[in-house]
Design a protein around this ligand. Structure first.
Ligand code: ZN
Ligand code: ZN
Length: 381
């Protein structure tokens, strides 16, 4: 037993980790000091970065790995940006080779923001000078070969400005929920593209345990249960070899937010959490599945952190399956491998609403894009 640095008698509560400083916080039901809390969060992140390092190899001429960080500017991805910076700085002060080069990508939804948007990355660049920052308008996703646009509503003539074409496409979707869904998918495609373009070996997301649990259940509820492991577990994409990684997967959302407020200087979080913006009571009929899940886990996280952790951990272990010997193929919109029989199962259990029919009824003879049940439902209503 180590002797405490300060007399314990003068402290109201001793930190259970270092046993020398006063516990000013409660972390997973244990009283801890601020330093130990910050160390706890960064150790969770470093552990996953170590695993990622073993999963990836630097491209031959280079000795350094190249990673891309998806930065939404919210608390989680901003915390991850800071943790990566701290990790890199630490290696450099120890005269070690940099463990990675980092490209930070932020995607703006230019279908709603008038162009030219002010560069939201400007205040961050001087804070993280060793990283490369890239701002991409979401409308650039319209030219990606990885998306089958024949399955989505028409976006108008290619001579129109891309932002307008994106707006037209989104307006053609049947509901606000399906617009939110397609926006998320386009963003993910564009991030993977940016990672490949920069020859990154990995694409990092800031998702917390809570965010992954929400994503798991909302994707399953939308009928993409089969694709869930591709979205929430860590590993290589079916093609292109980019490893998708979630280094904060063992940190709860509340902990990420607390970390951002305690670290010095305080983190510059440029976008609040969506839920923080509207505390107003909205009818659940108007909420997308994503929002319902967000509210649900927001309430569960505080009282039952183990439940949230279990949802994310179990899914992290699910096996990624390729659609059996090539007959499955890939969904033209979300890109996850198709499960021929499985999609029939989802269809049977969730029921097909409205006039939305089978894939063969795709309008405009678009070559019959093959979609998973979730995307079919999202794009055709
Ligand atoms: Zn401590
Ligand atoms: Zn799909």
């Amino acid at each position: 037993m180590e002797a405490p640095a300060t007399s314990p008698g003068s402290l109201t509560r001793l930190c259970v980790k270092c046993r020398s400083q006063e516990a000013t916080l409660e972390s997973r039901t244990q009283p801890v000091c601020k330093d130990c809390f910050l160390k706890f969060i960064s150790s969770k992140c470093i552990k996953h970065l170590g695993a990622l390092g073993r999963l990836t190899r630097p491209p031959p001429p280079s000795l350094t790995r190249h990673y891309t960080l998806a930065l939404s500017l919210g608390p989680s991805s901003t915390a991850l940006l800071h943790l990566l910076h701290t990790n890199l700085t630490y290696s450099l002060t120890k005269n070690r080779a940099p463990p990675f080069h980092l490209q930070v990508v932020h995607i703006t939804n230019d279908s709603t923001t008038p162009l030219p948007p002010a560069d939201p990355l400007t205040p961050l660049r001087p804070l993280y000078p060793s990283f490369t920052f890239l701002l991409l308008p979401l409308s650039t996703s319209l030219s990606l070969p990885t998306i089958d646009f024949s399955a989505l509503p028409p976006s108008g003539p290619t001579s129109s400005p891309p932002a307008l074409r994106l707006r037209t496409l989104l307006a053609g979707l049947p509901s606000a929920a399906s617009r939110a869904d397609v926006l998320r998918l386009l963003t993910r495609h564009l991030l993977l593209h940016a990672a490949r373009e920069a020859r990154s070996q990995a694409l990092l997301f800031g998702h917390s345990t809570t965010a992954l649990a929400e994503l798991t259940l909302s994707e399953a509820a939308k009928g993409r249960g089969f694709g869930v492991p591709w979205v929430v577990s860590d590993g290589a994409e079916p093609e292109g070899g980019v490893v998708v990684s979630h280094p904060l997967r063992e940190v709860l959302r509340g902990e990420v937010v607390r970390y951002g407020g305690l670290v010095e200087p305080k983190l510059l979080v440029l976008e609040e959490e969506v839920e923080a913006k509207g505390g107003a009571v909205v009818s659940h009929r108007d909420l997308s599945i994503d929002e319902v899940m967000r509210r649900y886990f927001g309430e569960v996280e505080e009282r039952y952190p183990a439940v949230v952790a279990n949802v994310a951990r179990t899914t992290g272990k699910l096996v990624r399956m390729l659609g059996g010997g090539g007959e499955g193929g890939r969904c033209g919109v979300c890109g996850t491998p198709l499960d021929g029989e499985g999609d029939e199962r989802w269809r049977g259990e969730l029921g097909v609403e409205g006039g939305g029919g089978t894939g063969e009824e795709a309008e405009g003879g678009g070559g019959g894009a093959r979609l998973c049940y979730g995307c079919e439902r999202s794009t055709r209503g």
